[in-house]
Design a protein around this ligand. Structure first.
Ligand code: PEP
Ligand code: MG
Length: 588
């Protein structure tokens, strides 16, 4: 039966494929296709992993056999029996083999997929005792996965699968139909894994439009929706689904007519992409001759390539925190960071790269440990520059790495979430300190322009101080909206109130741009607003000439720039900002 689930649109386009449903916490396993020749080796990996866990349980049983009821209560040995039984369950083994043999999933992926199938069966059980055994099954699977992680994979991960069109789909019902991921939640670090993955689109139950998960999805340029409540419960493994990333709707089990309609839309979107591609080498200049700088936001050094491909004239925001995530407390040292920043700088072939210092906390935990230890209001807590200033050794390590990378090209250093004059002074003196350390070591480093992000209303209202100390400003509208309107950007239940068009937000953005222009200081916008073509004309009218966004958005925004007359937009932009209902005046 066809039904639709509505969520929040985060990344454009249409994806049509089979669902891979993933329970929370399962996203960190690798997902890739193997070749038919690799099937026996993958099945063997599962067998070895399972046998190792069986042996472990047998050993545990022997140990507790010699203990008294106090140290080893009866329930413990009963539990181990259940775990053994689950490990030997035919349905688990047969199912895993099916995913490996018939679908060519790698072993970990096959295991988690079958786990999901069996979990649903447990959920449907009438008997409370049996239903609760689902937790045991999850524990057993977790142990096998942990064991397999230690084994390493003999199978090299192939490059991401080519996205398929509806036409391909109708012709091809074989193993490599596109797959779309349906998950409860995905952390930004999980999302990074998907840069190399096979998924053609994804949907999550939770999340807001500018949550970092959504931001990474946009950078992957695959259709996606978040906040589609209940999706991971309602969709079953292998269901056919359509993700409409433009409207945030997922259609499950679509009828042939609906499939045909979306197939048509998909082809239209591909044609549009082709047309936009012709603008790659066209300079971004408005009708009245105003030059506009279109920069890229990147998460990893390798993204520099996508930035160049999209025609970016530099990187306006390198979110360095992605180098630090999911490493279980093992921070990259100065050398590793330096090499990563250098790769990004060299990758941009002489174009400027703005490296933002670590912005962790809130919805960007470094790893699960940090997420567990989340404070009551993490977005208001020890985040970004506050975290860096509380860890001065770590911060100086990053600063030295950035300064050294600046010897290889044009580098700007950007400080996130800064609000207080004391924070500004501390940051600048730590930069001086890092330079002095490099001098003492006799290391080579380059000059950097130092800028601040304007993402807290207090910063937007203290521009005089900011412009006194910094070379440039970059407006982070994602957080500026969050903190101006007191709306958690990753909470889908208040997503309808997360409003970039609120007059207070536009006033702060407008004043920041005009004050920078008055003082002849460089200013850009690097939040999602910069990549949203609905706002291009408004930002141009407010005097903005530097936009930083996901590479995938650059050509769409360039098209808007080419069609705009900046001088004529000025009075209209003032009217929008001064109005009670800016969205109405803008017609969005
Ligand atoms: C912002 O807040 O607008 C921004 C660009 O930073 P991030 O999205 O990484 O918080
Ligand atoms: Mg921010």
């Amino acid at each position: 039966m066809t039904f639709a689930i509505h969520g929040i649109a985060v990344a454009r386009g249409i994806a049509i494929g089979r669902a891979v449903v993933m329970g929370s916490g399962r996203a960190d396993v690798a997902h890739y296709f193997i070749t038919p020749e690799q099937v026996p080796a993958e099945i063997e990996r599962i067998r070895v992993g399972r046998n190792a866990v069986v042996d472990e349980i047998h050993r545990l049983q022997q140990t507790i056999a010699g203990m008294g009821p106090k140290e080893a209560p009866h329930e413990l040995s009963a539990l181990l029996d259940v775990h053994l039984m689950l490990l030997q369950d035919e349905e688990l083994i047969t199912g895993i083999k099916h995913w490996i043999t018939d679908r060519l999933y790698n072993a970990e992926w096959a295991l988690t997929t079958q786990l999901e199938v069996l979990s649903r069966q447990f959920d449907d059980m009438e008997d409370d005792y049996l239903r609760e055994r689902k937790a045991d099954l999850e524990q057993v699977a977790e142990r096998i996965l942990r064991y397999m992680k230690g084994m390493g994979s003999p199978v090299a991960q192939p490059p991401a699968a080519k996205r398929k069109t509806q036409q391909d789909l109708l012709l091809d019902e074989s193993v490599d139909v596109p797959l779309v991921l349906v998950a409860h939640d995905l952390s930004p670090a999980d999302m990074l894994q998907f840069k190399q993955s096979v998924f053609a689109g994804f949907v999550t139950d939770v999340g807001g439009k500018t949550s970092h998960t959504a931001i990474v999805a946009r950078s992957l340029d695959i259709p996606a929706a978040v906040g589609a409540r209940g999706a991971s419960n309602l969709v079953r493994q292998d269901d056919w689904v359509i993700i409409d990333g433009d409207s945030g709707v997922m259609i499950v089990d679509p009828s042939p007519i609906i499939l045909a309609e979306y197939g048509f839309k998909q082809r239209q979107a591909e044609l549009e992409r082709g047309r936009l591609n012709r603008l790659r080498h066209t300079p971004a200049v408005t009708l009245d001759g105003q030059k506009v700088e279109l920069l890229a936001n990147i998460e990893l050094p390798e993204d520099a390539n996508a930035a160049l491909q999209a025609g970016a004239v530099g990187v306006g925001l390198f979110r360095s925190e992605f180098l630090f995530m999911g490493r279980h407390g093992d921070m990259p040292d100065e050398e590793e960071q330096y090499l990563a920043y250098k790769r990004a700088v060299e990758g941009m072939e002489g174009l400027p790269v703005t490296i933002r210092t670590l912005d962790v906390g809130a919805d960007k935990p470094l790893d699960e440990l940090q997420r567990d230890a989340a404070h009551l209001n993490p977005a208001l807590g020890l985040r970004a520059i506050r975290w860096s200033l509380s860890e001065p050794e770590m911060f100086r390590t990053q600063l030295r790495a950035i300064l050294r990378a600046a010897a290889h090209g044009r580098v700007n250093l950007l400080v996130p979430m800064i609000a207080h004059a004391t924070e500004i002074r501390q940051t600048l003196s730590l930069i001086d300190f890092a330079r002095a350390e490099l001098d003492n070591r006799g290391d080579v480093y380059g000059p950097v322009q130092v800028g601040a992000m304007i993402e807290i209303p207090a910063a937007a209202l203290s521009l005089r101080t900011f412009l006194k100390y910094f070379d440039f400003l970059s407006i982070g509208t994602n957080d500026l909206i969050q903190y101006t309107l007191a709306i958690d950007r990753s909470d889908e239940s208040v997503a309808h109130l997360y409003d970039p068009c609120h007059p207070a937000v536009l006033r702060l953005v407008a004043d920041t741009i005009s004050e920078c222009r008055r003082q002849n200081k460089a200013v850009s916008v690097c939040g999602e607003m910069a990549g949203d073509p609905q706002f291009t004309r408004l930002l141009l009218g407010l005097g903005l000439r530097s936009f930083s966004m996901h590479p995938a958005q650059i050509l769409t925004v360039k098209q808007q720039v080419l069609r705009a007359d900046a001088a004529r937009l000025e009075p209209w932009a003032r009217e929008v900002v001064d109005s009670e209902d800016p969205a109405l005046v803008m017609g969005v």
